[in-house]
Design a protein around this ligand. Structure first.
Ligand SMILES: N[C@@H](CCC(=O)N[C@@H](CS)C(=O)NCC(=O)O)C(=O)O
Length: 209
């Protein structure tokens, strides 16, 4: 049995979307990070970095934190959403790492300074808004050349990036300014598994720009 520890955030939604795409049964444990539940001692044993998401695979006695590691684990184990050919596999990992090292950390900071605390730290606000614009430029160029981030196929790189783009308004980004990213966003928003996964652990409507 799979157990998902999560909350209604971009990193959490990556994993619920992935589990829905794979059609797997899983138990959901909501970890309310707005109330500090990520610091509970029991959760620390599962997620040593005190962050969601985390996944426990009871059948295989594996516990994982870090959304990128969890996506790779599920993709490898079920041989889905990570292409088998060398080129496709490495392009997927490349864009997954771009999400993990760039999109997640930078847009996360944009949420803090642009959405939650505007006017409090103008330098930080400007820096992360500019970085968000740069990252959307990279995303848009890539998706102007290929239907999906890794190339021709929908992969875990798209699943990792898409929930962050769903929060583009928090980052001060108008998706209409990035037409290739908008096309990709709407296409993925239409997938039934994405709609189901977006509403875990709390029901939520996908924002449509
Ligand atoms: N690199 C981690 C980041 C996880 C992360 O930042 N999770 C956030 C929610 S999106 C969290 O748990 N925040 C609670 C906190 O910072 O105390 C991953 O991709 O899993």
């Amino acid at each position: 049995m799979l157990e998902l520890y999560t909350w209604s955030t971009p990193n959490g939604r990556k994993i619920s979307i992935m589990l829905e795409e794979l059609g797997l049964a899983y138990d959901v444990h909501p970890v309310d990070i707005t109330r500090g539940a990520q610091f509970d001692r029991d959760f620390l044993r599962i997620s040593p970095n005190n962050k969601i998401p985390a996944l426990v695979d009871r059948d295989r006695d594996i516990t994982l934190m870090e959304s990128g590691a969890i996506l790779l684990y599920l993709a490898e184990r079920h041989e889905r959403l990570l292409p088998g050919d060398e080129h496709g596999r490495w392009k997927t990992i490349e864009w997954l790492m771009w999400q993990m090292g760039g999109v997640g950390p930078m847009l996360g900071q944009a949420h803090h300074f642009v959405h939650f605390n505007p006017g409090k730290a103008p330098y930080a606000e400007q820096r992360y808004h500019k970085e968000a614009q740069r990252l959307y430029g990279v995303l848009d160029r890539r998706l102007g050349e290929h239907p999906y981030l890794a190339g021709e196929q929908y992969t875990i790189a798209d699943i990792a990036t898409w929930p962050w783009v769903a929060r583009c308004q928090w980052q001060g980004i108008a998706l209409a300014d990035y037409p290739h990213a908008l096309r990709w966003y709407l296409q993925i928003a239409d997938r039934p598994a994405v709609r189901r996964g977006y509403g875990v652990p709390n029901p939520a409507e996908i924002p449509l720009p």
